[in-house]
Each structure stands twice: as C-alpha cells, then as structure tokens.
Design a protein around this ligand. Structure first.
Ligand code: SF4
Ligand code: SF4
Length: 225
C-alpha cells in the first residue's frame, strides 16, 4: 500500500495547534490560515493544499492509515453530493451562529474557531478510523470550496492511454478512491477532488500517470509490507 509522501511532516502541526488552543483559545485564530489557504491555492493548483500541506490530512495519511483495518473504504454516503452540501451548510451555519453569540473579542472568535477544529477533527478521526483514513476529505467544508475553486485543468494529472493497462492499481491506492483509470480515454483525470498527492503515480507499474507539476518526483512511500 502506497501513501502520500509530500505531507509526512505536517501532522505534528495539528497536535501543536490543539495543545496551544487548549491552553489559550486565542490560538484558535490560527485556524483561519488553514481555512483560507486550501481555497486560495485551489484557484491555481486544485486541491493540492489538502493533499500536500493540510496538517489534518497529514494526520489521516500518516497516523490513522497505520491503525485499524487496512482495507476499509470511504462510505458511499459520503460520496453523495447532497451529503457534502448538508455537511457544508450545517457546519457553516453552526459556526456562523456561534460567532454571532460569541464574546466580541479576539479570544471569543478564537474560541469558536478552536471549537470548530476540535469538532471536525474528532468527526474526521472517527470516520478515518472506522472507514478509509481520508473519508473526512470527501465532506470537509474547506475541501468542498477548494474542489469548486479548483475545477478545470489545474496541475492536471495526465494518463497516457497508450501505456495504461487498466489494471486499476492506481484507483485502489487513491486516498479518495478516484477511479483514475476510467479517465484513460480522456487523457486527464478530471475529478476535481484530486488531491495531487501523487500516490497513484507511484503505484502505477507502467508509469502511465504524470502530474504536470515541478515537484512530482517525490512520489509516495510504502507503509504496509
Ligand atoms: S495503475 Fe497505471 S496501468 Fe494500472 S490502471 Fe492505473 S494508470 Fe493504468
Ligand atoms: S487521483 Fe492520484 S493524485 Fe489524485 S488524489 Fe487520487 S492518488 Fe492522489
């Protein structure tokens, strides 16, 4: 089983953030960076932030992936568009309401953001333990906005139809279970949820995949023998 190599160093940031936020909720304001960055970068790079820099995504890939059943999959329910929007609207409404009633201070706003990170992280870790590690990334509100902003051929994942044998190894290794090989005739994996993580590229036995980005060569690492 291959796993993302780009983001292996970032999961401790999540632990540090939670520790600091528990000590003083003002540190919750740091969450703004992780809310804005995935959406802004998506305009140029698709969901690359989610795949390469998000500390929570790194935690899913490098901690949760080592725990529990190795063959667990993303629940079909989480792949439904309507479910994604229910989660999005629910969490945004909840956050908006909490900001409305919060103490109007840096501390009060930080406390709300910290609470949102804790709620979504607990939910994401539960999903990732029971199902595929990156299950949360199918419904993450910031991931949803990044998915919309990243539509189009931004850092396209190219699939060479002349090389691909349709073995499906790429799709089986993809953390978001994208049917990579189904795009063989199109030539570009057009799924806007692609995290640009490079796992499929490293998994392909015939080098039929190529991410048109300068840093693609770092590839993935093996976590299960
Ligand atoms: S792993 Fe490579 S050869 Fe196999 S289906 Fe995917 S792109 Fe095609
Ligand atoms: S399609 Fe490839 S690059 Fe995109 S998320 Fe799946 S494994 Fe990563």
């Amino acid at each position: 089983m291959k796993i993302n190599n780009y983001n292996r160093r970032y999961w401790p940031v999540l632990i540090i953030f939670i520790t600091l936020g528990a000590y003083n909720s003002t540190f919750g304001l740091l969450a703004v960076a992780c809310m804005i960055a995935p959406v802004l970068t998506a305009f140029f790079k698709g969901r690359m932030w989610c795949g390469r820099f998000c500390p929570r995504g790194s935690f899913f890939d490098h901690v949760l992936a080592r725990l529990g059943d190795r063959n667990r999959r993303i629940p079909q329910l989480l792949k439904k568009t309507w479910m994604r929007w229910i989660i999005f609207i629910s969490l945004m409404t909840y956050m908006g309401f909490n900001l409305y009633i919060a103490e109007k201070s840096i501390y009060g706003i930080g406390a709300v953001l910290f609470k949102m990170v804790i709620i979504t992280t607990v939910f994401g870790v539960l999903l990732g333990y029971l199902f595929a590690p990156r299950s949360w990334c199918k419904i993450c509100p910031m991931g949803t906005l990044a998915m919309i902003a990243g539509r189009g051929a931004k850092v396209p994942l190219v699939i060479k139809s002349s090389e691909c044998r349709l073995c499906g190894i790429c799709a089986r290794n993809c953390p978001l279970e994208i049917p990579v090989h189904s795009f063989r005739d199109v030539g570009i994996v057009e799924d806007p949820d692609c995290l640009k993580c490079g796992v499929c590229i490293s998994s392909c036995p015939v080098t039929a995949l190529k991410l048109e980005d300068k840093n693609e060569s770092r590839g993935a690492v093996e976590i299960y023998s």
